[in-house]
Ligand binder design. Structure first.
Ligand code: 3HC
Length: 286
């Protein structure tokens, strides 16, 4: 049995939230994307307008205006939280921040609303005690760029109801994505654990001066058929995000090997966050 979903609120208009919002709107849902920063909201709206127009040019969207008219952008998401059938949190990968957001959502949202978190690593059971109806919560994990990547990982926590699982599976399928449903929680889920193994090995190879980042990336692309090399991928996702994932996994597991590499930490400290900063492992300024 599923809950009927028509109105969705996405909290966070960063790289992930804005595209997740667009994915929902393209699938026919009335979608609000909210963020505390008006600057981020404005940048997100502009980017998504361009992306949807481009998809229409390529014949992948029939009616871009209809999709855009289903999207609302706001720096005050309280009303949208009251009305939403589904709320998807896509904020920065910080446990305390996510707990605060869910506590606020829980005050405002209808008791029957379904709640999803796009957390990269943090299992939803760690957020469950900040909300009234933990059986309505699960992880709903999209991939960057969400408009392109064809998968959503759904991770129920031990309290998640079957109705909640069925609903998020059904919504994800309506967006055209393939669902990967985990049987149980594990920090990092499946895709990020696989990705992290590759990224960590790439950073070890580079730190041991085995090869340049260009050659390591070329090996991943040309020998293994990855769409992009590990250093290119870190720059796409954001080196700060990759660092957050490592920190979150270390905090959740206590496993020292989950800590980010010194090279990655140095890059983040220098502000070399990847494409969005114009510099990361590579230089994008030209
Ligand atoms: N946003 C939206 N669409 C994008 C995009 C972006 N940032 N970048 C590229 N695209 C789309 C465009 O529509 C583009 O078509 P266009 O020519 O009409 O603009 C199309 O993808 C192809 O793009 P490009 O020709 O520029 O480049 P590629 O063929 O290399 O494709 C890619 C780009 C889709 C990003 C591809 O390289 C890829 O699949 N890379 C791997 C990405 C990946 O592994 N993502 C998962 C990361 S892990 C994650 O997100 C989890 C999180 O928790 C951290």
């Amino acid at each position: 049995m599923t809950v009927e979903v028509q109105r969705i609120l996405v909290i966070g208009a960063g790289a992930m939230g804005r595209q997740i919002g667009a994915v929902f709107a393209l699938a026919g849902y009335d979608t609000t994307v909210g963020d505390v920063s008006q600057d981020i909201v404005d940048a997100a709206r502009d980017e998504i307008r361009t992306r949807i127009a481009r998809l229409a040019e390529k014949g992948q969207v029939d009616d871009p205006q209809a999709a855009l008219s289903r999207l609302t952008w706001t720096s005050d998401w309280d009303d949208a939280a009251r009305e939403a059938d589904l709320v998807v949190e896509a904020a920065t990968e910080r446990l305390e921040l996510k707990r605060q957001i869910f506590a606020r959502v829980s005050e405002l949202a209808r008791p029957d609303a379904i709640l999803g978190t796009n957390s990269s690593t943090i299992p939803s059971s760690l957020l469950a005690d900040s909300i009234r109806n933990p059986e309505r919560l699960c992880n709903m994990h999209f991939f960057n760029p969400a408009l392109v990547m064809a998968c959503v990982e759904i991770v129920p926590n031990p309290q998640t109801s079957q109705e909640t699982i069925d609903t998020v599976v059904s919504v994800s399928q309506r967006t055209g994505k393939e669902v990967v449903l985990l049987k149980r929680e594990i920090p990092g889920f499946i895709a990020n654990r696989l990705m992290q193994a590759v990224l960590d090995e790439a950073m070890r190879l580079h730190a041991s001066d085995v090869a340049t980042i260009e050659d390591i990336d070329a090996a991943a692309r040309l020998a293994l058929g990855h769409p992009m090399g590990p250093f290119q991928l870190m720059d796409l996702v954001g080196n700060d995000v990759i660092s957050f994932i490592h920190h979150a996994e270390f905090e959740l597991t206590g496993d020292e090997s989950a800590k980010p590499s010194p090279e990655l930490e140095a890059l983040v400290a220098e502000g070399r966050l990847g494409r969005k900063a114009g510099r990361g492992w590579y230089d994008y300024s030209s």
